[in-house]
Design a binder for this molecule. Sequence first.
Ligand SMILES: [Fe+2]
Ligand SMILES: [Fe+2]
Length: 178
Amino acid sequence: MRKVSLGDLFANSYTRKYISRSGLHHAISTAFHAFRLAKQYNVDVDLAVKAAFLHDIGHYTWYRNGEWDFELYKKNDIHAIKGSERAHKLLIKLGEDRENAKEIALAILFHTDSFIPGGNLQLTPLQKVVALADEADEEPGGKHHYKKISAEKAAKLIAKLDKKIEAEYESTTLKQSV
Ligand SMILES: [Fe+2]
Ligand SMILES: [Fe+2]
């Protein structure tokens, strides 16, 4: 039984505020990619989807004269670190299992190696799934951050993904009990 659903995260005003900075469309799209990849890599679908949905929650808005300043962003960004901490705080507040909250926070921390000199991280399968899911939705020039989605459509997709996760859990439990 999941303690926190994707719907619970989406209903939270803190999530909405910070996810909107990097785009709700990108968060949902990455979460769908994570579901598919989690099954492929035999990773817990619930952890992968929640980490993917929250992976860019650490963004700051690097605006200068009304435009996103990529130079300023590249120089000062720590969104993976900030997002990891924000997501962990949020998950614990909503009652997430502590081990799960840690796994999700670490997957968010390592979804990009842009802040680590030299890169080359040894990722766990969950961390790899979240990084690949993010990459799968990326578009040149960061266009994936600007795609729009209505709150109504977002809520429908999130409910759909929650059902897919529940169904996956049920079928896994069934296989284990036979
Ligand atoms: Fe990111
Ligand atoms: Fe991203």
